[in-house]
Write a protein that binds this ligand. Structure first.
Ligand code: ZN
Ligand code: ZN
Length: 349
């Protein structure tokens, strides 16, 4: 996702420059670096630049390595340690004159800024300290999310996580909260987005969410909410069969109501039972029909991020040894862990 697209979308939604910048602060935490005291974003048009200048702390022309930068600068805040700079640049003095005149027509005066003043504007001397306290706070706020992400990277098709930081407050209304909400956008692979929302906005976001529709649009995937319109049993069954055939190279033995039984060339059976994302099981059976391993959602074990868990080996003594599975209850997303279980089963044949 490009920050520039975020800006264009915010402007299309008629968010003010300040509100757009707030949004950028949420995303920007994912790419902020310890060594760079500014988050610089080249905007795509002079209209967008004017828009961003309207809420900026400072608008100016800055020259470095022979290029002219026309900057809308937002100073560091309590929740974001780096200045944000929205800019256009060129080496052409004629162009600078032209843009400068255009900007002045909009009532904004551009002052030239030298290195010293630029340093002061972004307060780079205090950046290391600001970054340190910000980073610690962010780590604490996102620790629940980070743990979930590690598990999902390992077991599901999720390959990226984005934490929308809002500093221990609800992303929408700013009320203090320690709740974490996540949402998953996926097409070929998946991205998990985490944010902090108060209870009211968590409930509301589950009904619909601009933010996630937005993300979905940009990633060309579909958005999965924990309680979006559930697929019908028929749709789910059809999807499961397709994945078993295409991705798992299985032959379908039986598909009935919410359960599909399929067989690998090796003779291993894979049974997928899916009643809902909170009531499902994936079972691997050896050719004689004995269960070897299983992922299920029964609330029988105390696991972090549960109740979903995996039994890696159902042979007697290890039957009740489980680990958090981090699964979604959607075969498409949970493929990685399932393939691993199949592989392990076949290695034991
Ligand atoms: Zn709220
Ligand atoms: Zn179980």
């Amino acid at each position: 996702m490009r920050l520039n697209d975020v800006i264009t979308d915010c402007i299309n939604l008629k968010l003010s420059g300040t509100a757009t910048d707030t949004f950028i602060q949420c995303y920007g935490g994912n790419i902020l670096s310890k060594d760079k005291p500014v988050l610089a974003i080249e905007v795509s048009s002079k209209e967008n630049l004017i828009w961003m200048m309207k809420g900026a702390t400072n608008a100016h022309i800055y020259i470095n390595s022979n290029a002219f930068h026309i900057n809308a600068l937002y100073e560091p805040t309590d929740r974001f340690p780096a200045a944000r700079i929205y800019f256009v640049k060129s080496e052409d003095l004629f162009w600078v004159g032209h843009i400068g005149a255009y900007i002045e027509q909009h009532g904004i005066k551009l002052a030239p800024v030298n290195d010293d003043n630029f340093s002061k504007l972004i307060d780079d001397a205090g950046y290391a300290q600001r970054y340190k306290s910000w980073h610690e706070k962010r780590k604490a706020d996102s620790s629940l999310f980070d743990g979930l992400l590690v598990g999902r990277l390992q077991n599901t098709t999720i390959d990226q996580g984005i934490w929308l930081s809002s500093g221990g407050r609800c992303l929408v209304c700013g009320e203090k909260t320690d709740r974490m909400a996540t949402s998953t956008v996926w097409g070929k692979s998946g991205m998990m987005i985490g944010m902090q929302l108060c209870l009211a906005h968590e409930t509301e976001s589950q009904k619909q969410s601009l933010l996630l529709n937005y993300l979905s649009k940009h990633l060309g995937g579909i958005v999965m909410f924990s309680n979006m319109r559930p697929q019908t049993t028929e749709e789910m069954l059809e999807q499961t069969c397709e994945i078993l055939k295409v991705n798992f190279k299985c032959t379908i033995v039986k598909a009935e109501r919410e359960t599909v039984t399929a067989r690998r060339l090796s003779g291993i059976f894979v049974v997928i039972r899916h009643q809902s994302p909170s009531n499902y099981a994936y079972i691997i059976l050896v050719p004689d029909g004995k269960q070897l391993s299983r992922v299920d959602s029964a609330n029988h074990h105390k696991v972090p991020y549960g109740p979903d868990h995996v039994h890696f080996d159902l042979r007697k003594s290890t039957k009740n040894v489980v680990e958090a599975s981090f699964t979604y209850g959607n075969v498409g997303l949970d493929m990685k862990l399932l393939l691993k279980l199949i592989q392990e089963a076949e290695d034991k044949l």
